[in-house]
Design a protein around this ligand. Structure first.
Ligand code: NDP
Ligand code: 2IT
Length: 449
C-alpha cells in the first residue's frame, strides 16, 4: 500500500489534494483487494489512479471594457468503466490540475455508489465569476465551451455544476454547445426546468445529504429532530441542506462564505432562509448582510492565517461542512469533538482532513463521507440524463422518491460492506470498499485497454 502512495506522489508531484483523496481510498480498500486477488494481479488500484484523459486548454475572452483575459480550462476524464464520464465544472480562482484530479477521482467512486451507470470526471477553470457582469460570465462560458465541446457529448462526457457554476452558467454553456453542434441533447445536467432540466436537481445535493444523515441517525436509534446544527457555506449545497434540516425539525445556527460566518442562536428559520436564498442566488450578496438584516445574528470575519476556523468551535450536535475541501482541519475536528458533536455529514467534497476524519471517528461520532453523503446531486443528474433520453419529465414526487431510494441504498450498502469486511459502523471504509469493488469488477470484465 505505502509503495503505491509513494509512487503516486512521485508521479504526480505537488498535487497535494489528489494525494489526499487517493490516500483515503488506498488505505481503506485493502480488504477488498485481499479478498479478490485478481484486483491485485490486474493492478486495478494503480489503473484507477491514472486519469483516462486529461484535457487542458486556454480560454480567451474579453470583459465589458474590452480588456482581454486569459484563463486555464480543464476536463479530467477519470474513469469510464461504469458509464460516460460524469461530474461537475468548477469556476474558482483556486482551480488547478490537482484539485480537479482529486474531484474527478472522488467522483468515480461516488458515481459508482449511486446505482446508476455513470463514469467519473471533473472540469473547470481558474476563472472567478465573482463581481463579473452576466455578459462577462456569458462571454467566458462561450469561450470555455468553444473548446470543451469537442471532448464531451450526451453518451461520452456529461458535465454539470459545482462551485461557481449554477443555472446561469449551465444555460450559457448549453446555448453555446447547441449552436456549435446544431443538436439539442442532454450534454449537460442542471439545465433549466423548461429546457431539459430535472425538477429537484438544484435541491438534490443538500436534500440528499440530509436524507443520508437521517438514515444514519435512524440506524442508530436517534433522529434529527431538535438537533442543533452548524452548516458551512451558503451556496447551492448549504442552503438546501438547511431547508431539509428545518423540515425535519432541526435548528441550524450558522452559514458562511469565504469571508466569514454568521451565528444565529435562534436558528435560520424558513423566513430567514428565504431571505438568504434571495441574497445568495438572486443578488449574489455576502453572508455578512444576513447579520445586518437580523440583529439577533452576529457576523464574524474569518482570518485564514489562523490555525483553526472559529466556526467549528460553535457548540452543536451536528456539523455539515458544505463549502469546500479541507475546511475542517485536525484542530477544527478536535474542537467539534470537544464540544460533543454527535454527527458530521460531508456536503462538500473532501471537506475534512485525513487526521480530522480519524479524530471524529475515534470520538464515536457518526461520520458520513462525501462520496456517500453528497451523491444525491449527481444521482439526480443521472435522473436528468434518463429523462432527456426518454424525452419526458418526471414529477417532483417521483424524483424525490428516487433520490430518497438512492440515498438509502448508498447508506445501507456502505454499512453492509463495512460490516462484511470487519469495519462495522465505518461509513468511510464501507463506501470506499463498495464503490471500489463495483469499479474493479467492471474494469476486470472490460480488460486491459
Ligand atoms: P456554490 O458555488 O453554490 O457555493 C460555494 C460556497 O462555498 C459559497 O458559500 C462559497 O463562498 C463557499 N466557498 C467556496 N470556496 C471557499 C473557500 N475556499 N473557503 C471558504 N468558503 C468557500 O457551490 P456548491 O454549493 O455547489 O458547492 C459546495 C461544495 O459542495 C463543493 O465542495 C462542491 O464540490 C460540493 N458539491 C456540490 C454539488 C452540486 O451539486 N453543486 C454536488 C456534490 C458536491 P464564496 O461565495 O465566498 O466563494
Ligand atoms: O461533486 C459533484 O458530485 C457535483 N458537483 C455534481 C456532479 C454532477 O454531474 O451532477
Amino acid at each position: 500500500m505505502s509503495d503505491i502512495i509513494e509512487k503516486l506522489i512521485q508521479k504526480n508531484p505537488g498535487e497535494s489534494e489528489f494525494h489526499q483523496a487517493a490516500e483515503e481510498v488506498i488505505k481503506t480498500v485493502q480488504p477488498v483487494i485481499d479478498a479478490n486477488p485478481k484486483y491485485h494481479e490486474e493492478r486495478i488500484l494503480e489503473r484507477v489512479l491514472e486519469p483516462e484523459r486529461l484535457i487542458s486548454f486556454k480560454v480567451e475572452w474579453t470583459d465589458d471594457r474590452g480588456r482581454v483575459h486569459i484563463n486555464k480550462g480543464f476536463r479530467v476524464e477519470m474513469n469510464s468503466a461504469l458509464g460516460p464520464y460524469k461530474g461537475g465544472l468548477r469556476f474558482h480562482p483556486s482551480v488547478n490540475q490537482s484539485i480537479l484530479k482529486f474531484l474527478g477521482f472522488e467522483q468515480v467512486f461516488k458515481n459508482a455508489l449511486t446505482t446508476l451507470p455513470l463514469g467519473g470526471g471533473k472540469g473547470g477553470s481558474d476563472f472567478d465569476p465573482k463581481g463579473r457582469s452576466d455578459r462577462e460570465v456569458m462571454s467566458f462560458c462561450q469561450a470555455f465551451m468553444s473548446e470543451l465541446f469537442r471532448h464531451i457529448g450526451a453518451f461520452t462526457d456529461v458535465p454539470a455544476g459545482d462551485i461557481g457554476v449554477g443555472g446561469r452558467e449551465i444555460g450559457y454553456l448549453f446555448g453555446t454547445y447547441k449552436k456549435i453542434k446544431n443538436e439539442f441533447t442532454g450534454v449537460l445536467t442542471g439545465k433549466g426546468l423548461g429546457w431539459g432540466g430535472s425538477v429537484l436537481r438544484p435541491e438534490a445535493t443538500g436534500y440528499g445529504l440530509i436524507y443520508f444523515a437521517n438514515n444514519m441517525v435512524k440506524a442508530n436509534g436517534d433522529s434529527l429532530e431538535g438537533k442543533t446544527c452548524i452548516v458551512s457555506g451558503s451556496g447551492n449545497v448549504a442552503l438546501y441542506a438547511i431547508e431539509k434540516l428545518n423540515s425535519l425539525g432541526a435548528k441550524v445556527i450558522s452559514a458562511s462564505d469565504s469571508s466569514g460566518y454568521i451565528y444565529d442562536e435562534a436558528g435560520i428559520d424558513s423566513d430567514k432562509l428565504a431571505y438568504l436564498m434571495e441574497l445568495k442566488f438572486a443578488k449574489r450578496g455576502r453572508i455578512s448582510e444576513y447579520a445586518e438584516k437580523y440583529s439577533e445574528a452576529n457576523y464574524f470575519a474569518v482570518d485564514r492565517s489562523m490555525d483553526h476556523n472559529p466556526l467549528w468551535k460553535l457548540k452543536a450536535d451536528c456539523a455539515f461542512p458544505c463549502a469546500t475541501q479541507n475546511e475542517i482541519n485536525d484542530i477544527d475536528a478536535q474542537n467539534l469533538v470537544n464540544n460533543g458533536v454527535k454527527i458530521v455529514g460531508e456536503g462538500a467534497n473532501m471537506p475534512t482532513s485525513l487526521g480530522g476524519i480519524d479524530i471524529i471517528q475515534k470520538s464515536g461520532a457518526l461520520f458520513a463521507p462525501a462520496k456517500a453523503s453528497n451523491a444525491g446531486g449527481v444521482a439526480t443528474s443521472g435522473f436528468e440524463m434518463t429523462q432527456n433520453r426518454m424525452g419526458l419529465y418526471w414529477k417532483k414526487e417521483e424524483v424525490d422518491a428516487r433520490l430518497q431510494e438512492v440515498m438509502k441504498s448508498i447508506h445501507d450498502t456502505s454499512l453492509q460492506v463495512a460490516e462484511k469486511y470487519g469495519k462495522p459502523g465505518d461509513y468511510v471504509s464501507g463506501s470506499n470498499m463498495a464503490a471500489f469493488e463495483k469499479v474493479a469488477e467492471a474494469m476486470v470484465s472490460q480488460g486491459v485497454n
